[in-house]
Design a protein around this ligand. Structure first.
Ligand SMILES: [Zn+2]
Length: 502
């Protein structure tokens, strides 16, 4: 290496200082007032809670697009700021079970959980498999027949899916779950699940109506009795413990007719992307994300029914918008980032991280050139654990794939923002599983380093009370600046972030 002359050294030090002043100038351009101005629009009642596919979501998208456009960012999707994300909504239609000549409709004494199906009524023999123990399953042949299983309790929903999968693997064409527990109150189960199940499902994959039936019926015991033409007492006796007296294979199969018609409709939504081209390393891309969708309106018409999502994730979205403003301003001043930056506010996060999943599967810029995802989801509030000490933020994921990212994030915070970084949720074994619960996860899965900023879970989470009036804009600005400093260094440093873990 060539030795530096004293003059060059002085020059370098001076240059270093200038750069440090630059980043501070722009980071401090992210102000509480600007954040408030944008959030007051984005999380207003007019946006109707920004549910994916809704009018409010489209209005929010237009608002963000207009902002990107006004900054001079480019729309990178064939000239557009929108990446269309097509979703498929499935909702229960004609669903019933007919047994012993009686038709029982969905949400009365039967509940159906399953995907799209446009076939009409199906008729089937039904084999009772007791508790579906290995010994019991050895006695029966399920091929092409439906299976009826006696659960410990219908209230332990976690076991539904695994039980159904087990029986399908044994050849069952449909799975019926019931229980002989007198404590199981089917009405309560319906009350608990009807609202949720009626809304149906939104997914990225077009459901195949000709290959459906990953579904299952949950039955009140009276319906199970009708299907088998046997009393609950008799069925209970036939179960494993008393198999010697009444082996399952001697039990006459029951019969059933059922329909599991689920309708499918297309819901059009969009990710909103703004692109700022870099200088000498423009092929490499820094991605900065938030989700602009939220959970929409509550059913009902009285009182406040709008989930404004001011914190979730209005706060992250206005932070991304302000970061875009400042990087764009720096570029106009001739201090634009060396790497390119993609500001992306995604849709459909609340229904399963679908907007970011879509981007990860259909990236606009090559995944191998994507250097980092800096994700912000809720940074405008305090959680009860930090009551009265607001200068904190949870940092999640920064050290998982790249030690450098963690180090950069820590160092910039120590130099500039001095927030208390709380790593509680960084533990992958933490029961909240937050490392996998926002959009960064779809990047991390591909081996792209990520850092996720988050304020914690508070009492207004996913409620109509998540409103602009409850946001602390001072702390929101501070947290947005922390993300900005890290983004600035990752975008401008000589070396691309190294992936040195996993
Ligand atoms: Zn969120």
């Amino acid at each position: 290496m060539k030795s530096l002359k004293p003059l060059s050294l002085t020059l370098l030090v001076a240059l270093g200082t200038t750069l440090a002043q630059d980043v501070k100038t722009y980071a401090e351009g992210i102000t509480p007032a600007d954040l408030k101005e944008n959030l007051s629009i984005l999380a207003s009642d007019a946006m109707e809670g920004r549910a994916t596919g809704s009018r409010g979501q489209k209005m929010a998208a237009a608002f963000i697009r207009h902002h990107f456009e006004s900054l001079g960012l480019k729309g990178p999707v064939n000239g557009s700021y929108y990446q269309p994300v097509e979703l498929y909504a499935t909702t229960p239609a004609e669903i019933y079970v007919t047994a012993g000549g009686v038709r029982v409709n969905n949400f009365t004494d039967v509940l159906y959980l399953g995907s799209a199906d446009s076939r009409g009524e199906q008729k089937s023999a039904v084999v009772f498999v007791g508790k579906a123990s290995e010994a019991e399953l050895a006695q029966v042949d399920l091929t092409g027949k439906a299976a009826l299983v006696m659960m410990e309790s219908l209230m332990s929903m976690r076991t539904w899916r695994t039980t159904a999968d087990l029986l399908r693997n044994k050849g069952a064409s449909m799975v019926f779950l019931t229980s002989n527990q007198p404590t199981d109150d089917f009405r309560k189960l319906v009350d608990q699940l009807q609202g949720f199940l009626s809304q149906g499902n939104l997914g990225l994959k077009r459901p195949d109506p000709n290959n459906p039936n990953k579904g299952m019926f949950i039955l009140d015991r009276t319906v199970a009795e009708k299907i088998m033409g046997q009393s609950m007492e008799k069925l209970t006796k036939a179960m494993n413990g008393e198999a010697a007296k009444l082996p399952l294979k001697k039990l006459k199969p029951g019969s059933v007719a059922y329909s599991t018609k689920v309708n499918t409709r297309v819901v059009a939504s969009e990710n909103v992307l703004g692109y700022l081209e870099g200088t000498d390393k423009k092929d490499e891309v820094v991605v900065i994300t938030s989700h602009y969708d939220h959970v929409g309106k509550n059913p009902g018409t009285t009182g406040d029914v709008i989930n404004n999502g001011a914190d979730d994730d209005g706060s992250g979205t206005v932070a991304v918008m302000e970061m875009a403003s400042e990087f764009a301003r720096a570029k106009k001043d001739g201090k634009g980032p060396r790497r390119s930056i993609l500001f992306m506010t995604v849709t459909a996060e609340e229904i399963g991280l679908l907007g970011s999943e879509y981007y990860a599967a259909n990236p606009i810029f090559p995944i191998e050139k994507t250097v980092v995802d800096i994700n912000i989801d809720m940074i405008g509030r305090n959680d009860p654990e930090h009551a009265g000490k607001s200068d904190y933020v949870y940092v999640i994921g920064a050290d998982k794939l790249s030690s450098e990212l963690h180090e950069i994030n820590e160092r910039n915070n120590a130099t500039y923002t001095q927030l208390a970084f709380d790593y509680t949720y960084n533990d992958e074994n933490h029961p909240t599983n937050l490392y996998k619960r926002s959009d960064h996860w779809n990047f991390a899965k591909l081996g792209i380093p990520i850092v996720f900023y988050f304020d914690g879970i508070h009492e207004d989470y996913h409620k109509v009370t998540d409103e602009v009036s409850k946001i602390d804009f001072e702390i929101l600005a501070k947290r947005a600046r922390a993300a900005f400093y890290t983004a600035w260094e990752v975008a401008n440093r000589e070396e691309r972030l190294k992936v040195d873990k996993k």
